[in-house]
Design a protein around this ligand. Sequence first.
Ligand code: HEM
Ligand SMILES: *[C@@H]1O[C@H](CO)[C@@H](O)[C@H](O)[C@H]1NC(C)=O
Ligand SMILES: *[C@@H]1O[C@H](CO)[C@@H](O)[C@H](O)[C@H]1NC(C)=O
Ligand SMILES: *[C@@H]1O[C@H](CO)[C@@H](O)[C@H](O)[C@H]1NC(C)=O
Ligand SMILES: *[C@@H]1O[C@H](CO)[C@@H](O)[C@H](O)[C@H]1NC(C)=O
Ligand SMILES: *[C@@H]1O[C@H](CO)[C@@H](O)[C@H](O)[C@H]1NC(C)=O
Length: 318
Amino acid sequence: MSSINTCFYVIVSILSLLAFSSNANLSPHFYARTCPNLQTIVNNTMKQAIATEPRIGASILRLFFHDCFVQGCDASILLDDTATFIGEKTAFPNINSVRGFEVIDNIKHNVEAACNATVSCADILALAARDGVVLLGGPSWKVPLGRRDSRTANKSAANSDLPSPFLNLSALITSFAHKGLTARDLTALSGGHTIGKAQCQFFRTRIYNETNIDPNFAATRRATCPVSGGNTNLAPLDTVTPTHFDNNYYTNLVNQRGLLHSDQVLFNGGSQDALVSTYSGNSAAFFKDFAVAMVKMGNISPLTGTNGEIRRNCRVVN
Ligand code: HEM
Ligand SMILES: *[C@@H]1O[C@H](CO)[C@@H](O)[C@H](O)[C@H]1NC(C)=O
Ligand SMILES: *[C@@H]1O[C@H](CO)[C@@H](O)[C@H](O)[C@H]1NC(C)=O
Ligand SMILES: *[C@@H]1O[C@H](CO)[C@@H](O)[C@H](O)[C@H]1NC(C)=O
Ligand SMILES: *[C@@H]1O[C@H](CO)[C@@H](O)[C@H](O)[C@H]1NC(C)=O
Ligand SMILES: *[C@@H]1O[C@H](CO)[C@@H](O)[C@H](O)[C@H]1NC(C)=O
């Protein structure tokens, strides 16, 4: 190759890298100069919140998932309904279920005091989700930043794009594929269910009507989740270590102790069995894949540049 050709080749390679690397606009250093203490503020506020209630780490992680799967990671889930605005909070997967909004308000308040009108609610959520995982004993990762906040929300997209706990494996894989995530990402991210709780109404059919369930586990769960009534009674998603982010979720699956139908389908003679077995025996493999998949999920259709806005209050558009 002549040197001119080589030079041309190098330039084209760089351009295509810029064009195809996902979200070249997001960077872990986005606020390095405009809000140098951001990560400390978020982390300290999360520490206080988790000290008060360990479950909040789980709730914030789920909030981030439910944000990213609906028109991208744009804090659309944080917007309150008003007389003239319908948000996502009353969509079926969210209503009386997603929680942690007060903690995000608190973080936003503390961030605004240090760096007024600079940091998006979408980025705060991404950082808080990571910090919750770390504070409960899970892996850490660098969070790409620079997302901006939406001026819209989409309740029907929340209803259609957030997976139901009653889905089978192929439907779960399809749901994640629609967001650019692989079956491996699905299986790694489902490990988020190593922390937090679920309501009886979402696992009743599993504990009464499914056969791929450990009988002792089913009996334990039935004790506080009756055939009728008690819909909102809570049970830990991981009975063994409910507030510790570890790989025990996968050991539960191998032992037919998955709480949700959508958990146990990952280990039920299908395509994900081998990966579930790997994660159950190798926490480092799970942590690595979880961190990679969290960054991928956090890259779903962010608003960047001059799109969207930096909300002053995470619950309302400016
Ligand atoms: C694979 C599809 C998924 C389905 C069908 C699903 C479904 C559910 C359901 C039904 C609950 C219980 C909600 C309630 O009872 O109010 C729940 C809780 C939870 N989910 Fe998922 N989920 C999925 C994926 C994920 C992902 C990808 C994450 C994060 C990486 C995640 C994190 C959580 C956490 C942490 C909780 C506990 C929240 C709390 O205690 O407040 N889930 N999920
Ligand atoms: C947040 O604080 C915890 C506990 O002090 C620490 O282990 C962790 O590394 C911090 N996270 C970040 C991103 O600074
Ligand atoms: C914060 O920024 C907003 C929007 O730019 C501005 O209206 C407000 O006066 C600022 N507040 C402080 C305390 O600087
Ligand atoms: C809201 O989401 C639905 C379902 O995904 C989609 O068909 C519709 O175009 C979205 N609405 C807006 C205004 O983006
Ligand atoms: C999975 O569920 C979908 C729709 O919910 C259904 O069409 C499909 O047949 C099911 N697949 C399997 C393998 O059961
Ligand atoms: C179990 O399945 C039967 C037959 O389909 C149904 O009538 C019953 O309501 C189910 N029970 C629960 C708790 O889901």
